[in-house]
Design a protein around this ligand. Structure first.
Ligand SMILES: [Zn+2]
Length: 354
């Protein structure tokens, strides 16, 4: 057994595809913006209870971070601090999402919001060894025009670090009609897409985003487990699920960690990765999430590395960088024997371009 094999799963190099900027404010970043902030007040205002009534109830705890994230200074502090948190988690590649139009209350334009966050990511990358792309969210209650604006921003900044778009927000309260034209245009323009589904509502919502929005990545998607036909659909279309167990449990989708279907989904052959979703309101690190999965379902180091490799396969990283991160993951984890048995495609050396 090598040294690498004896270290904790929490220390593994990681990839995180699903985390929200406005749901990831640490006490440190809030205190940097609100000088008289106390840990007690942070816990009361920025962290949601361990059990919320539902997703909409949980959304109440986004009011405090969103109220702060209305200036360039605050967006810069929060973004750089998030890269620090990712580096602490040994995340080597992350996709950070946010809805630019939620940060316009004090006069910023959506374009400025994206430019500020992109600049902060670049600044953070000089301080911490993390690569990152942004995902811009349109929200369920938004209309088509708003979605087109988000898509245009993703297109404009694609070469500067925006990886694609997402559909987020209250999936139980709003359907897809307004968003279908946006996702069709995204497909025409070659813009990467993902969408939240299968968390607050059932398997049908996952089927809808796959068939009607054309996504090959789903945020959560865990309630697919309720319908074997949807599981088959995910496997047939090689759909990747961005799984975030602790968040699902916090909003009451599953009662306990042991009830979560992550292991059943993995065993069924669905491609998935492990993510925090919301480090702030959920009070969570990716290290902790790995430890919970290990403790509850007995995942091995190899299982976690396989999930991270699946994340790279499904990522919005440029093709030219995927080989590099695939090799970094394998090398840094010491799990060099992961290969076809994990249904992963690891490029050969001559395919790797940096
Ligand atoms: Zn999310």
């Amino acid at each position: 057994m090598t040294d690498a094999q004896t270290t904790s799963v929490a220390d593994l190099p990681k990839v995180e595809l699903h985390l929200h900027l406005d749901c990831s404010m640490s006490f440190e970043s809030v205190a940097a913006l609100v000088p008289d902030m106390t840990l007690e007040r942070y816990r009361a205002e920025f962290l949601a209870p361990r059990k919320c009534v539902n997703l909409v109830d949980y959304f109440r705890y986004l009011a405090a971070p969103l109220a702060l994230l209305q200036t360039g200074h605050a967006l810069r502090i929060a973004t750089i601090d998030l890269l620090r948190q990712l580096a602490d988690d040994n995340v080597i590649y992350a996709e950070i999402r946010f809805a630019p139009h939620l940060h316009r209350r004090d006069g910023l334009r959506s374009e400025e919001v994206v430019e500020i966050v992109l600049a902060a990511v670049n600044e953070g990358k000089t301080l911490y060894p993390v690569e990152a792309r942004l995902i811009l969210c349109t929200l369920r209650p938004d209309d088509t025009a708003q979605g087109f604006e988000i898509l245009a921003l993703a297109e404009k900044y694609a070469a500067r670090g925006v990886g694609g778009i997402d559909l987020a927000g209250d999936e139980a309260g709003y359907g897809l009609a307004e968003h279908i034209p946006v996702f069709r245009r995204a497909a025409d323009r070659g813009i990467n897409v993902t969408a939240h589904a299968g968390e607050a509502t059932g398997a049908k919502s996952v089927e809808e985003v796959v068939t009607e929005l054309g996504v090959r990545r789903v945020g959560h998607g865990v309630r697919s487990i309720e319908d074997a036909a949807v599981i088959d659909l995910l496997i047939d279309h090689k759909v990747h699920l961005e799984v975030c167990p602790s968040c699902n449990i916090q909003i009451g989708v599953f009662r306990t960690y042991a009830d979560h279907p992550v292991e059943r989904l993995r065993k069924s052959g669905v491609a998935l990765s492990i993510n925090t979703d919301a480090r702030g309101p959920t009070d969570l690190t990716l290290r902790q999430e790995y430890q919970r999965i290990e403790a509850t379902f007995g995942w091995t180091r190899r299982d976690f590395v396989a999930a991270s490799l699946a994340a790279i396969n499904a990522s919005f990283l440029e093709e030219s960088l995927r080989g590099k991160f695939t090799h970094s993951l394998v090398e840094l984890s010491g799990e060099t024997e992961i290969g076809p048995s994990s249904s992963l495609e690891i490029p050969t050396t001559n395919q790797v371009r940096t």
